[in-house]
Design a protein around this ligand. Structure first.
Ligand SMILES: *[C@@H]1O[C@H](CO)[C@@H](O)[C@H](O)[C@H]1NC(C)=O
Length: 421
């Protein structure tokens, strides 16, 4: 017997065993739906509640919007319950063990998102082609898939190292605990069909049930999301740091070149323009304020201060030499430029040893004498200007380092003074 004949034989046998025809299934549907009222709960004893089992399949995280405080996901809500009206003997219908009936013709749990954005609708209600699958013993499965959008309190204090916790609550609209009870079959959210989101990493996804106001049963999906910070570090934080470094360079630019003000101004403008562009990627919320905004502000402030110092310093540099530098300023400048102090000469304390050779005795520090020469250089306004450059150049670098360090420590350890936690 050739392979095709064999396959045909097997199919014929299966068809004889299974055997349900269109007529069989039509008959079954007619029988099941005749006198069926979809508004009556599937509970033989209407004093008892219907038990519905839930599992949740997360398909994707579409969007987490900081400003609108909304979370949008795509998920499949699996529901399992027992429907005493959907009972039949499979033998009577040529071994029909299972059948599907359009969701519009039968009772099903109407799960509504408790904190929706936009209109309040039952999950899957837009898709009338969904159907409920029944087994001959009355077990029903319904798994509508939908875009689920809910409000979520978002805290961007630690942006871009923030973690967000969002809950999507489903309530069987209008049903109380005595009518319907919800059960979690599997605590973990299934990720069988899950595709990763580029901006958010899914840390944890669990489900629980709860009771709202003591009477309304809820099914809750809890998601813990961590932002992937690389985009912000590469596109915002590093460029702003490099611009800050460029800005500090103004203090190393020779005053004589006459380029200082234009250079400082250019960098200041570059930072201002960059901040405008970056603003689109920043969480635009003041409650709570995101720490990165303060960090960016410190950079703009630094740039403005550098601008001011540059101009004032130019003024100092070009001062008339007939104006005497005040003594205190002269002293300060001398201390700052310790390497430039008028050379002190070491008066070596020499002593003849036994051989009559002169030998240094440096180990005895007390015996080494220092003396200032009689002539000391005058401190000019140009020296003052250089000293100012040195001080403010150092201070600017320190400012950059400290603000960056402080920012990273605060957001990565999730500790910001004044943050509500
Ligand atoms: C619901 O879950 C419970 C416990 O896992 C199980 O015993 C029961 O058969 C389930 N009901 C349905 C309708 O699937």
């Amino acid at each position: 017997m050739s392979r095709t004949y064999f396959a045909g034989f097997i199919l014929t046998v299966v068809a004889l065993v299974e055997g349900q025809t269109i007529d069989d299934v039509t008959l079954l549907h007619n029988k099941l739906l005749s006198g069926y009222n979809k508004y009556v709960r599937p509970s033989t004893d209407q004093f008892k509640h219907v038990d519905v089992n839930f599992t949740f399949d997360l398909v994707s995280i579409r969007d987490l919007d900081e400003i609108m405080e909304k979370l949008s996901i795509v998920g499949i809500l699996w529901m399992f319950w027992e429907e005493p009206r959907m009972n039949w003997n499979p033998i009577d219908y040529n071994n029909t063990f299972m059948t599907r009936i359009s969701m519009q013709e039968v009772w099903k749990p109407d799960m509504v998102i408790a904190h929706p954005i936009g209109s309040t609708k039952a999950v899957g209600s837009d898709h009338s082609w969904y159907s409920v699958r029944y087994q001959y013993n009355g077990m029903a499965v319904w798994a509508p898939s939908d875009v689920m959008t809910t409000t979520c309190n978002i805290d961007v204090t630690y942006y871009p190292f923030d973690k967000q916790k969002c809950e999507i609550s489903f309530i069987p609209w209008g049903s109380v605990i005595t009518e319907m009870n919800l059960h979690v079959v599997q605590r973990e959210v299934s990720r069988k069909y899950f595709t990763e989101n580029g901006e958010w990493a899914l840390e944890k996804a669990t489900t629980t049930t709860g009771l709202h106001e003591g009477i309304y049963p809820t099914y809750i999906v809890e998601l813990e999301l961590t932002r992937r910070p690389t985009f912000v570090i590469v596109n915002v934080i590093l460029p702003i740091l490099f611009m800050g470094l460029l800005n500090v360079l103004v203090f190393f630019l020779p005053t004589k070149s006459g380029e200082r003000v234009s250079f400082a101004m250019t960098v200041l403008l570059a930072i201002a323009v960059f901040l405008t562009l970056v603003g689109d990627n920043m969480p635009k919320t003041s409650q709570p304020m995101s720490t990165i905004c303060y960090f960016l502000l410190t950079n703009l402030v630094l740039s403005s201060l550098i601008m001011i110092v540059t101009i004032l310093n130019l003024n100092l540099y070009h001062r008339d030499d007939n104006l005497v530098v005040p003594e205190w300023l002269e002293n300060v400048v001398r201390i700052l430029k310790c390497n430039r102090l008028p050379r002190r000469t070491k008066v070596e304390n020499l002593k003849e040893d036994d051989d009559g050779n002169k030998k240094e005795h440096l180990e005895n520090v007390d015996t080494v004498k220092w003396a200032l020469p009689a002539y000391t250089e005058r401190i000019t306004w140009r020296d003052v200007s250089k000293a100012v450059d040195m001080v403010f150049g150092g201070a600017a670098i320190l400012w950059l380092l400290m603000t960056t360090l402080a920012f990273f420590i605060m957001v990565s350890t999730q500790r910001v003074p004044g943050a509500n936690k």
